[in-house]
Design a protein around this ligand. Structure first.
Ligand code: AP5
Ligand code: MG
Length: 213
């Protein structure tokens, strides 16, 4: 089993591209979005779930222990032959260290880190128009909505953290905590950049080249 990390600001298209790769190459890739795992947890309506919901809605990070436990459980359900796209993890140096320890301990490999580079100004329209499938978490935009999600559901919603103030907070946290990972992975020679300001299809073509497909 190998890992690919998708690193980038909120709205840079990590989820869209990961979703697309899994639809195109279902036997090759699996997608783990830590944000999606957390939103599934929130549906449980426990006291812990309510606390999670409050932090996510404010755009704040969730504790490393919660994130890592959810991720480890999910990894166990995925066929060993697949490449796992980690979307939204790691987001801090501590999380990057945990991933490194996990990879060493389990004999897996971190193959590539793809950085979705884009200016902040372009992200507001993308995020404020995002629609998310209520069943599977698939991502669309209100300007290009299908009648049905690829999972068959017709129920979509706006994410609680996709409003202007929270988007600003998420971007601030991204620049402070997550962006420094770009040079960290660059120094390890595993970093590849894609221009995330272009169209969904343009990014896909660049990504396929990076992934050797
Ligand atoms: P998460 O769900 O990961 O949110 P995020 O990091 O803010 O990233 P997004 O999902 O918003 O952006 P994306 O890059 O996936 O964009 P998308 O493809 O959807 O995390 C949510 C929260 O959970 C965090 O804030 C935090 O609280 C917590 N959390 C998660 N992981 C954590 C961790 N590791 N540690 C601690 N806390 C954690 O695209 C966005 C929109 O743009 C869509 O509408 C899409 O259709 C559109 N779009 C995509 N690409 C293009 C394009 N090329 N051109 C035009 N439109 C496009
Ligand atoms: Mg996402």
């Amino acid at each position: 089993m190998t890992f690919l990390v998708f690193l980038g600001a909120p709205g840079s298209g990590k989820g869209t591209q990961a979703q697309n790769l899994v639809l195109t190459y279902p036997d090759m890739f699996a997608h783990i979005s830590t944000g999606d795992l957390l939103r599934q947890e929130v549906k449980k309506k426990s006291e812990a779930a309510l606390r999670l919901q409050m932090d996510i809605s404010a755009g704040n990070f969730i504790s490393d222990d919660i994130i890592f436990d959810l991720m480890e459980e999910k990894i166990k359900t995925i066929d060993d032959s697949k490449k796992i796209i980690l979307d939204g993890f790691p987001r801090t140096f501590d999380q990057a260290q945990r991933l490194l320890d996990f990879v060493k301990k389990t004999g897996k490999r971190l193959e590539k880190v793809v950085y979705f580079g884009i200016a902040d100004e372009l992200l507001f329209d993308r995020l404020s128009g995002r629609m998310t499938c209520n069943e599977c978490g698939a991502v669309y935009h209100q300007t290009a909505m299908p009648e049905r999600c690829s999972c068959g559901s017709t129920s979509f919603r706006v994410r609680a953290d996709d409003n202007e103030n929270v988007i600003r907070n998420r971007l601030e946290i991204f620049h402070a905590e997550t962006e420094p990972l770009v040079s960290y992975y660059e120094a390890q020679r595993v970093l590849f950049r894609v221009d995330a300001a272009q169209s969904i299809d343009g990014i896909k073509q660049e990504l396929l080249k990076v992934l050797g497909l």
